[in-house]
Design a protein around this ligand. Structure first.
Ligand SMILES: *Cc1c(COP(=O)(O)O)cnc(C)c1O
Length: 399
């Protein structure tokens, strides 16, 4: 009898009871807008910002409507606009080049390595082509941040980090999001905290954060922010900065605060699931699992492996065989972009020359979610299924 997995790869955990209770309290009093407070009440949104700043060690934090909005706001706050170029990863998700396009700029894609991080040699080759790098820690893989920052600092390139997949993660002990001028996070359902939609932006840069707060639509009520730069910082900025509304509301913030308190526990749980799959796939012929560097404090809410240099029919065969056994894999090498797996060549509004080295990697990337509704036993079974199907197809190829 062939074993089948019956769990759902898209089912997250429920909102913790404390979050449900806090959300009900907000709905009961009706003051959902972040600036709608009574007496000396402090809005849930302002408290979330304060707590997230403390959790990451940043001076300032702004809660916004989405991760994509956090990125466009960071770009705007860095002065990126029409006609500018922005360096970014060729291996990332659509909201990243989308954020660059949203401010009228053009992405310049930087390649991906076999370890699924940005290719620092390719970055060095292209570094003079822009003043800003929107660095995506795609699927939670963090590059050598000391080397990246040295390269960018030397070239006078400002770094904005897309931490949609690295909330809670670190490099050499420093949180992801604390290396660049801005760190951008998403609290969309599939990320590390779930408010349906939502985003967070952190920075130590007073002027940059003042601009971001004005941009988000603060109606001159910036004094109500707690994790914000001093009021004097807004003196000129308040006249110069357009309101491009994208605030977070108190309902979402209420849902998120208890999740932030649990974040470390959740990260540990994700990593336990990840290690279970990793162990189960050890030394599977034809299958490469990117090694995780010593300095990387990863949070692996998803799993990637490579079927490098496999013919695409064989990869498709593996995906179909795993799916028949209940294991849902995503492939970054498909001819057409489907659910969450578009590639740089799918973003035709921002065309690029072919990147043969990256194409080779992208063609081999297999991606799988690891929701916390899975148990470690589920992950053992999932790994057993992948191992069996990859081995079967691999042996047929070699034969
Ligand atoms: C989800 C995601 C974002 C932001 O997404 P929103 O849906 O706008 O919150 C940014 N970058 C990556 C890599 C993502 O996966």
């Amino acid at each position: 009898m062939t074993e089948k997995f019956t769990g759902s790869f898209t089912q997250q955990e429920p909102i913790p009871q404390a979050g449900i209770d806090a959300a009900l309290a907000v709905m009961n009093h009706g003051r959902l807008h972040r600036y709608n407070t009574q007496g000396d009440e402090i809005a849930e949104t302002a408290l979330l910002e304060e707590e997230f700043a403390a959790a990451t060690g940043s001076k300032y934090c702004l809660a916004v409507a989405s991760g994509g909005y956090a990125m466009t706001t960071a770009l705007r706050a860095c002065g990126v606009g029409h006609g500018d170029t922005v360096l970014t990863n060729a291996f990332t998700l659509a909201p990243v080049p989308g954020a660059i396009a949203a401010v009228g700029a053009t992405p310049i894609y930087v390649g991906v390595t076999e370890d699924l991080v940005i290719d620092l040699d390719d970055l060095a080759d292209k570094i003079t082509q822009s003043k800003v790098l929107l660095l995506s820690h795609m699927r939670g893989h963090i590059c050598d941040m000391e080397a990246l920052m040295a390269l960018c600092d030397n070239a006078g390139v400002t770094v904005i980090e897309d931490c949609a997949h690295t909330m809670g993660a670190t490099w050499n002990g420093t949180p992801s999001g604390r290396w660049g001028k801005f760190g951008c996070y998403s609290t969309q359902t599939y990320k590390h905290m779930n408010s349906g939609e939502g985003g967070l932006l952190i920075s130590d840069d007073a002027e940059g954060m003042a601009r971001a707060i004005m941009l988000s639509g603060s109606y001159m009520l910036f004094e109500r922010h707690r994790a914000a730069p001093p009021v004097e910082t807004f003196k000129q900025i308040k006249y110069e900065t357009p309101n491009i509304s994208g605030r977070m509301d108190n309902l979402r913030a209420a849902i998120l605060r208890p999740q932030l308190a649990d974040l470390q526990t959740q990260c540990d749980r994700w990593n336990a699931l990840y290690r279970e799959v990793e162990t189960g796939l050890t030394e599977t012929p034809g299958l490469h699992v990117p090694p995780r560097p010593e300095k990387e404090g990863y949070v692996a809410s998803s799993f990637q492996f490579l079927l490098l240099d496999w013919p695409s029919e064989a990869v498709q065969d593996v995906i179909a065989r795993c799916l028949a056994r209940g294991v849902e894999l995503k492939w970054f090498g498909g001819a057409e972009p489907t659910g969450f797996t578009s590639r740089y060549d799918s973003w035709r509004y921002a065309p690029s020359e072919r990147m043969p080295d990256s194409d080779r990697i992208l063609a081999g990337i297999i991606d799988m979610r690891l929701p916390l509704t899975f148990t470690t036993e589920d992950c053992t079974l999932i790994a057993r299924i992948i191992r069996a199907e990859v081995s079967a197809v691999y042996q047929a190829q070699v034969a």
